[in-house]
Design a protein around this ligand. Structure first.
Ligand code: ZN
Length: 299
């Protein structure tokens, strides 16, 4: 990764990515000040005016789910945010609708705890159509066996590090060979770690050790999360065995999920990077996302 040091001022890095946000639920204009330059909107309605406030954006548009499935009954999601698929015959039309609306990733939910789920054939048909359209598939997998189902169906990424059960070593190794996991560790307790936090951290530790690609993501919009870099998420990543440089890689991926995002902002972190890893998170969260013009003014 190229790091430039603005003499005497700080570090300039590629724009930090939060790979799991819901823009409808937050004020995106605050994200650059909190150090976030790029986002994936993983489901829901997109507010107006994003071209100026958060242009470096990839979005999923609607959640693909089963009739009555997650998040159709969740309090935070409006009905229109989801697109229900009844069978494999409906799959292509549902995926095409998202592509026509501007989606560049596809979000599928498989949550056995919150209603019906896509069957195996419908799931395979949705993933197959997405891949025909070159849309990477991101799955919310929740409940026993759902991460495995998503992987077998060809999912490219998980919207959350699997947190429902400890995944077997051989499954984690197989996933690491071709998947990307979006971290979202801090949603499990927001600083008061729950059993799901421990399960997810253990899965992520082994996935990362096996060479799996990790993207920093927070599920911003759900729960009490800071509008910008989350020091607890960073600390949790370090706790799962990522080095400080690995954390920067998880934030700075040049082509996350193979997508080319607009590149209007870079990340600036004032001051010198601390030598002590224990001070890394505190330093990192002082980052700001700046346009190149703002950076020139600063220099
Ligand atoms: Zn989410």
């Amino acid at each position: 990764m190229t790091t430039h040091f603005l003499v005497g001022r700080g570090s300039v890095l590629p724009g930090f990515l939060d790979a799991h946000v819901h823009l409808a639920l937050i004020d995106a204009t605050l994200l650059p000040g909190g150090g976030i330059a790029r986002v994936f909107d993983l489901g829901g309605w997109l507010p107006d005016g994003l071209n100026s406030s958060m242009p470096d954006l990839a979005c999923a548009h609607q959640f693909i789910t089963a009739f009555g499935g997650y998040p159709l009954r969740a309090g935070w999601a409006e009905r229109g945010w989801s697109c229900a698929v009844a069978s494999a015959a409906d799959a292509a039309a549902a995926v095409d609708l998202q592509a026509a609306a501007g989606a560049s990733v596809l979000k599928i939910t498989l949550n056995s705890l919150a209603g019906p789920m896509l069957g195996t054939e419908a799931l395979a048909a949705v993933v197959g159509r997405a891949h025909e359209l070159k849309l990477p598939v991101v799955v919310h997998a929740e409940g026993a066996g759902q991460a495995d189902r998503a992987f077998v169906a060809g999912a490219d990424a998980f919207a959350h590090t699997p947190f429902s059960e400890r995944l077997a070593d051989d499954l984690v190794t197989a996933m690491a060979a071709r998947m990307t996991w979006i971290s979202t560790l801090d949603i499990h307790g927001w600083g008061r770690p729950t059993p799901a936090f421990e399960i997810a951290s253990d899965n992520l530790r082994r996935f990362h050790a096996a060479g799996g690609r990790v993207l920093y993501g927070t599920d911003l919009g759900n729960g009490p999360l800071p509008l910008g870099l989350n020091s607890r998420e960073i600390t949790a990543l370090l706790g799962a065995g990522l080095s400080p440089d690995d954390v920067l890689t998880a934030l700075c991926s040049p082509a996350p999920l193979g997508l080319t995002l607009a590149d209007t902002r870079v990340t600036f972190i004032p001051g010198e990077r601390p030598r002590n890893p224990e001070d890394f998170a505190d330093w990192l969260v002082t980052a700001r996302a700046l346009t190149r013009f703002e950076l020139e003014v600063l220099a």
